[in-house]
Design a protein around this ligand. Structure first.
Ligand SMILES: Cc1cc2nc3c(=O)[nH]c(=O)nc-3n(C[C@H](O)[C@H](O)[C@H](O)COP(=O)(O)OP(=O)(O)OC[C@H]3O[C@@H](n4cnc5c(N)ncnc54)[C@H](O)[C@@H]3O)c2cc1C
Length: 384
């Protein structure tokens, strides 16, 4: 095989979307440690596209991703990848100040947000306890994502553009000589002048292997489970999210998908659910529901990896040819189209695409040397 122009490490949604976009103008190889791309965070999400979620940069990246998803990734996906869902951000009486503050923050970007009173809330989700929610913000722009189809569409698009995915190819050692990066992997040696670090929860560890200072990435466990609420589930119910993000639930496969919205810091690993987190979520959800959780037939957990300012890290590192694409947190699927395009533009031209600049984003918002990351020192990533 001839040498690629660019090697992307990690075939989750971040690496797959960036590899696809880069392959429009370069020869790309995508390396994945597991035999199944999507085995880690990408395959474990709650699959929600929530324009109201996250900080200013996240909301802009999400808005910039919508059209590509609506266009079925420019026809790469056979069917729609966004489905109607809607979201209710609910508040108990003691949480009303938080809901008011959230409305003030979100309204300029989401003018369609509607303030609902208790009767309007119950009309939308019959199974809520009548005395629980004092008010809610309804966001009709929230949708469900078909994550498996999106991820496969990116990988198919990469192959159609002449790119290559290599699985069972854990990168174990990196070195750079005469402008070429050499990567020793479980599937042999690969070389290219440019490496993109899309290793998810392991991105700091990969950086340290490359002699690059870590960005302070903290993988945080999030637990999810399917449950039977003891009522027939209406598949048209919106996602119900506690305004302080203490729990959420939404219809999924005839049941409800619930989460305590936990954020337990952990070293990068194949994370498993903790029974205490499931019990905590059930307790919080039962306080909001007019019924009791009957069965929990399935539970799982995944890592959402954040840097200090909870904004992704994209762009060059201090070592020539080694680029960051990390810290997608709890928003990596909904922001993937914009982040993939931004990665391709920043890596090939040094600047963000014009459509992202027009929204008010700049490369500095995402750069690895931004002040929000604090002081970075060469050394060790969190142990794994
Ligand atoms: C419970 C839960 C709910 C979520 N809900 C949502 C949601 O509703 N909406 C949303 O947008 N986001 C959601 N997220 C977040 C989203 O899943 C992540 O932001 C996203 O999947 C991160 O993608 P990634 O490609 O960076 O990481 P990953 O999918 O983890 O991919 C990284 C890949 O790198 C590989 N790798 C690591 N080290 C190496 C190496 N040395 N060599 C080769 N390969 C390597 C790994 O094997 C892995 O496959 C949720 C996450 C969780 C856990």
């Amino acid at each position: 095989m001839s040498q690629p122009d660019i090697i992307v490490v990690g075939a989750g949604i971040a690496g797959a979307s960036a590899a696809f976009e880069l392959a429009a103008s370069a020869k790309v190889t995508l390396l994945e440690r597991e035999s199944q791309p999507g085995y880690h965070s990408t395959g474990r999400s709650a699959a929600v596209f929530a324009p109201a979620y996250g900080n200013r940069v996240i909301r802009l990246l999400t808005a910039a991703s919508e059209a590509f998803y609506e266009a079925r990734l420019d026809g790469l996906a056979a069917g729609p990848v966004l489905r109607p869902r809607g979201a209710l951000l609910i508040a108990r009486p003691d949480q009303l100040p938080a809901l008011t503050a959230m409305q003030a923050e979100l309204r300029p970007q989401l003018p369609t947000l509607a303030w609902l009173d208790p009767a309007e809330i119950l009309a939308r989700v019959r199974t809520l306890r009548p005395s629980y929610a004092a008010a809610a913000l309804a966001d009709e722009t929230a949708r469900d994502l078909d994550v498996a189809t999106i991820h496969q569409a990116y990988l198919t698009g990469l192959r159609r553009r002449g790119g290559r995915l290599v699985v069972d190819a854990e990168v174990r050692h990196l070195s750079c000589a005469d402008g070429i990066w050499w990567l020793d992997t479980a599937a042999g040696q690969f070389a290219a002048p440019v490496v993109v670090n899309a290793a998810g929860a392991w991105a700091d560890q990969l950086a340290v292997l490359a002699g690059v200072a870590p960005v302070g990435l903290v993988p945080k466990r999030r637990t999810a489970f399917l449950f039977d609420p003891g009522w027939p589930v209406d598949p048209a119910w919106p996602a119900v999210v506690d305004v302080d993000e203490q729990f959420y639930f939404k219809p999924e496969s005839g049941l409800l998908l619930g989460s305590p919205a936990d954020e337990t810091p952990l070293p990068p690993c194949d994370v498993q659910p903790d029974e205490l987190d499931v019990a905590l979520a059930i307790d919080r959800i039962e306080q909001a529901l007019a019924s009791q959780v009957r069965r929990v037939p399935h539970r799982w957990a995944g890592l959402r990896s954040f840097v200090a300012d909870r904004t992704p890290v994209l762009g060059p590192s201090e070592r020539a040819g080694f680029h960051w694409l990390a810290g997608q947190g709890g928003y990596g699927i909904q922001t993937a189209p914009a982040m993939g395009r931004a990665a391709a533009a920043v890596i090939t031209t040094g600047a963000l695409p014009a459509e992202l600049c027009a929204l008010g984003l700049s490369a500095a918002d995402l750069a690895a040397d931004r002040p929000g990351l604090g002081e970075r020192r060469p050394g060790q990533a969190r142990p794994g």
